[in-house]
Design a protein around this ligand. Structure first.
Ligand code: 6XA
Ligand code: ZN
Length: 345
């Protein structure tokens, strides 16, 4: 299995985030990646390689040009205004407000391009996000060449909440979507994205919603109770040419392997029916029972079962890291998915 990471992730180290009305140390921290690297090093699944650097073209295939330019310069603009700390938005263009004009001021643009207050932009955010996209692209390229049938990219910051032109949920560039589009542009006719993170991958869904060449299937907490709140219901099945190519499996709080594994089985049957040339797994392990953001109850061994079920798809598979905040167990849980997959493949 090809294992790819990026050194740049450390530059994205937010001071704090809002959580239940308080400022707390940011949960999406460099320690997450360090823990996964440590576990991967001991697991013997393969050598861990550094991402190669790609130009912006594959990123611009799924993200709006002005959005990417904004991300590149936002923190420098923030500093030039004499401000310290991390850049955060103030307001959002919700119902009744105009979203067809991009404001001129930095504060206006932070608000325009974001959808939550929990995703600080730091001095190293762009470089880290670009490194994460490079990790996903490097892993995707190894699948295209046919040399590898499976790969894992350790992406930090994560990506599945980032849409065509907005960021949130700790995500800036949609690493899984960028990799899916790269595979489409390099020989794969159909790609499936299977999102197993605790949270719905609203960004990935939005990017591919009208398309029939990329299927999106997601198992996640019910948006009626959990972030991102405004997408992820079962009746979102795709639109236009993409009708029937989007499958959401929202689950109630307290889902354990019995409930979660049954949803995975149903999602995998949708993926199978699509007959993709490759599968991208948005791999969040915040479904873990000890995760601080989760109400699901998956145990360590359940991640072995998850990997084994995904291996039954018998397709070239790229795992892209998303969430997971129980730092003491995140390494073991990620390795278990990869090991379960490798052992059953
Ligand atoms: C609200 C929760 C952000 C969710 C981040 C995540 N600040 N997404 O793990 O998959
Ligand atoms: Zn998540």
């Amino acid at each position: 299995m090809k294992l790819i990471c990026s050194d740049q992730h450390r530059g994205h180290d937010a001071l704090y985030e809002f959580n239940r009305g308080r400022l707390i140390p940011a949960l999406e921290s460099p320690a997450r990646a360090a823990a996964i690297l440590g576990a991967l090093g001991e697991a013997g699944l393969g050598a861990i390689e550094l991402a190669e650097s790609f130009d912006l073209a594959p990123i611009l295939r799924v993200h709006r040009h002005d959005y990417v330019a904004f991300l590149q310069g936002a923190h420098a603009e923030w500093s030039a205004l004499g401000r310290g700390g991390d850049a955060l938005p103030l307001a959002w263009p919700v119902r009744g407000l105009r979203d067809d004009r991009v404001p001129r001021s930095l504060d206006g643009r932070l608000s325009y391009y974001s959808f939550d207050i929990g995703t600080p932009i730091t001095a190293g955010t762009w470089t880290a996000a670009k490194g994460a996209a490079d990790a996903a692209l490097t892993a995707a390229r190894s699948l295209c060449s046919g040399r590898e049938s499976s790969a894992f990219s350790l992406c930090r910051p994560p990506g599945h909440h980032a849409a065509f032109d907005c960021y949130g949920g700790y995500c800036f560039l949609n690493n899984a979507a960028i990799a899916a589009q790269y595979l489409r542009d390099h020989g794969s006719d159909r790609v499936a994205v299977l999102d197993v993170d605790y949270h719905h991958g609203n960004g990935t869904q939005h990017i591919f919603y009208q398309r029939n060449d990329v299927l999106f299937a997601s198992i996640h907490a019910d948006p009626a109770t959990d972030f991102p709140y405004f997408l992820g219901y079962a009746d979102e099945t795709g639109a236009g040419a993409g009708a029937g190519c989007n499958h959401n499996f929202p689950l109630a709080a307290g889902a354990d392997w019995a409930a979660w594994g049954a949803a995975l089985d149903a999602a995998c049957r949708r993926v199978d029916a699509f007959a993709p040339d490759a599968v991208i797994v948005s791999l969040g392990v915040d479904t873990f029972r000890g995760d601080p953001l989760s109400s699901f109850l998956l145990e360590g061994d359940d991640y072995l079962r998850m990997g084994a079920r995904i291996a039954l798809l018998a397709r070239p598979t790229l795992f892209v890291l998303e969430g997971g905040y129980a730092v003491d167990e995140i390494g073991c849980n990620v390795v278990n998915v990869l090991r379960g997959h490798a052992d059953a493949a």
